[in-house]
Design a protein around this ligand. Structure first.
Ligand SMILES: *[C@@H]1O[C@H](CO)[C@@H](O)[C@H](O)[C@H]1NC(C)=O
Ligand SMILES: *[C@@H]1O[C@H](CO)[C@@H](O)[C@H](O)[C@H]1NC(C)=O
Ligand SMILES: *[C@@H]1O[C@H](CO)[C@@H](O)[C@H](O)[C@H]1NC(C)=O
Length: 335
């Protein structure tokens, strides 16, 4: 009797668990507007439930940063890897003879946050295209242009994706090479007249920029050197504005929602072990409490839409070269 009762309880538990899984899957699809064919639905559901378990397990133990569902939850790793479009080529450091400007000798503030600065354009979505390098290059250039002239307006990421022969369109690139291309070409073109479309077309288009459409010329750019140097990056943030950089993205990072991201697996010795371009827009420190020490962080802008992470941004541990973020900071100035 007891034996049959035990079996019955197991069956009931399984049925309840299945029902719960069905419910979270259904509400996820509704929230993120997912409409899969019935053939595809089972595979998507399997991807989703795997992520769901990983997210719940992470949030149970990790108090520093949280994970949550987003548009990536039912995707395969092959699909999310499309977004990782940074290919850092051998670093070319400009020689000392090229124009360089002394850093402003001012005490560093305890925090900087450019997120609501009028010179920063809204967070965008690179979509199904490895064009993060173009978004990082253009965001920093837009800021510099606005800081210098006061005129704010979008510059074209699509022109770089389509035209920049130093990089690889939707297959990745290096933001400093993008600035080099723009310098050689004549400048960046108007983002309103050459808008971004590769997020949905998933491919690079035909180059159709005309040089008379140039609205911002690249003056000088360079890496923040010597690197990695936290103080120097903070100082360039203060004097230049947002800085492009690159990071190594681990699978867990896709589901970041809040807190200060860190992962021991993301502290790596090879500086070339990076796969995603982003923009550092500030820094700060989570104050110490009686139970935990202070946590210094960078404020970083992503190009996975405003619905991703913390309204398009994330916080990541500062001072330990987490994910190599302190090895690739670079700045650009308009001419
Ligand atoms: C989902 O897709 C099917 C066929 O692809 C379509 O007939 C249906 O209207 C779509 N439903 C929604 C809610 O978009
Ligand atoms: C960019 O194009 C838009 C739309 O044509 C126009 O309103 C704007 O003035 C242009 N910006 C610049 C800086 O030329
Ligand atoms: C970082 O750069 C600053 C300014 O050049 C320098 O004073 C400091 O010693 C450097 N720190 C490290 C760890 O190299």
């Amino acid at each position: 009797m007891k034996f049959y009762l035990a079996i019955l309880l197991v069956i009931v538990a399984v049925v309840i668990a299945d029902k719960e899984e069905d419910d979270v899957w259904r509400s996820y699809k509704k929230k993120y507007n997912k409409n899969h064919s019935s053939k595809e639905d089972a595979n998507r559901k399997r991807n989703f439930l795997k992520k769901h378990k990983a997210i719940e397990a992470h949030n149970r133990v990790n108090k520093e940063w949280k994970m949550g569902h987003n548009k990536f939850s039912d995707m395969t790793e092959e699909e999310t890897n499309v977004l990782l479009g940074t290919k850092m080529v051998k670093r070319r450091v400009k020689s000392e003879s090229e124009p360089s400007y002394p850093l402003i000798e001012r005490a560093l503030p305890t925090s900087i946050d450019y997120r609501s600065n009028r010179c920063l354009q809204p967070v965008e979505d690179q979509g199904d295209c490895g064009s993060c390098w173009s978004f990082a290059a253009i965001t920093a250039l837009e800021f510099s242009q606005c800081k210098k002239t006061g005129a704010r307006g979008p510059l074209s990421e699509q022109m770089l994706v389509d035209c920049d022969t130093y990089n690889f369109g939707c297959n990745g690139g290096d933001f400093t090479q993008a600035w080099q291309y723009l310098q050689d070409y004549g400048g960046a073109v108007n983002g309103s007249t050459y808008p971004y479309v590769s997020g949905t077309t998933k491919t690079q288009g035909t180059c159709n920029s005309r040089s008379n459409a140039v609205v911002a010329r690249v003056g000088y750019f360079n890496w923040v050197i010597p690197y990695p140097n936290v103080t120097l990056i903070m100082s360039y943030l203060q004097s230049e504005g947002p800085l492009a950089s690159a990071i190594k993205v681990l699978d867990s990072f896709f589901y970041y929602t809040s807190g200060v991201y860190s992962d021991p697996a993301c502290i790596v010795s090879d500086e070339y072990d990076v796969n995603h371009a982003i923009v550092i827009v500030g820094y700060g420190t989570v104050p110490a409490t009686t139970t935990s020490p202070a946590i210094p962080y960078w404020i970083v802008r992503n190009s996975w839409s405003i619905d991703w992470g913390n309204r398009g941004y994330f916080f990541i541990r500062r001072g330990v070269n987490m994910c190599n973020i302190e090895s690739w900071a670079a700045y650009v100035r308009v001419a």
